[in-house]
Design a protein around this ligand. Sequence first.
Ligand SMILES: Nc1ncnc2c1ncn2[C@@H]1O[C@H](COP(=O)(O)OP(=O)(O)OP(=O)(O)O)[C@@H](O)[C@H]1O
Ligand code: NI
Length: 341
Amino acid sequence: MAEKLLEIENLTAGFLTVGGTVKATEHVSLSLDKGQTVCLVGESGSGKSVTSLAIMRLIDYSGGAILEGSIRFQGEDLTKRSQDEMIRIRGNKIAMIFQDPMSSLNPVYTVGDQIAESIMLHRKKGKKEAHKMAVDMLRLVGIPAPEIRAKQYPHELSGGMCQRVVIAIALACDPDLLIADEPTTALDVTVQAQILDLLRSLQKELGMSILLITHDMGVAAEMADRIAVMYAGIIVEEGSANDIFARPSHPYTEGLLKSVPGLDGSRGDELYTIRGNIPGLSQLPVGCRFHPRCPHAKDICREKSPPAFRVTEGHHASCWMYMEEGGAAAWKNESKPEVSR
Ligand SMILES: Nc1ncnc2c1ncn2[C@@H]1O[C@H](COP(=O)(O)OP(=O)(O)OP(=O)(O)O)[C@@H](O)[C@H]1O
Ligand code: NI
């Protein structure tokens, strides 16, 4: 059995607003094994970042709170830790990188200084050694002429290089878990592919686990061992990447796949868009949250929220079509002809 690193159970997190408490994630369960990459995928506003902020307990600082559930990391429940204890965990065992590399770097310090700072803080090294290690880190993340680059400021580096520096800073503490929230969204496609390659090779080399947050199924296809699809604050489908791509079992997942060129086997000349928009937190529909946009919605979908049904071992989908045997096949047949093998 693979070793569990992170086990989120029933996580509900939300914000206090003038109109009362709004829940940005509800009953989210997700787990990640040692060395694994799990992708959390969904449209903008689905609650991906809130989930990562909850894991890091940074949500407490953005006007939010964990309302229910547990987050077991290496066997301890992070929801029960004090912020002082979290500071140690955040720096040393869990690292996080964000979408915009420029805003994560300090413009007035050289990149070498910034990496060295992180090394001094987390690895208790002296200044000289930390600077030497910073150059090694720059080399590790694939920056050419690292000795020279270390003495430069962020504005002297390209966006892709800055993101490599941000990754170096995150890895300076040798984390067991790296949470990457849309790490390549701000970068152009070629650089994006390079950064994803880098993350993959670093993961192999360092053995860390990655929770990768993305709205892009193409990125998930490249990176994920497992995929959790999030919609309006809940996980609507979860399974191995192979299962999700071979047999997307929630209409929302299928919509996401159809909207990416080439992923569903089509040539991508006629791209699909899921009709409508994701609902706001204060206007969540009754029943299945996806039903107003779902091409297969039935009466029950408008009335009751579906539980997670088992599609196959380790693959679940929260869609009423799974209630009756053969139901899944029923909606699949409406939208796609049977593939003969
Ligand atoms: N500080 C906050 N106060 C109130 N509501 C918030 C706050 N932060 C996020 N939300 C709400 O929580 C919901 C989920 O937001 P979240 O940032 O997790 O989405 P996301 O899936 O990461 O989207 P994106 O792809 O745009 O980053 C949204 O409806 C958002 O408006
Ligand atoms: Ni986000």
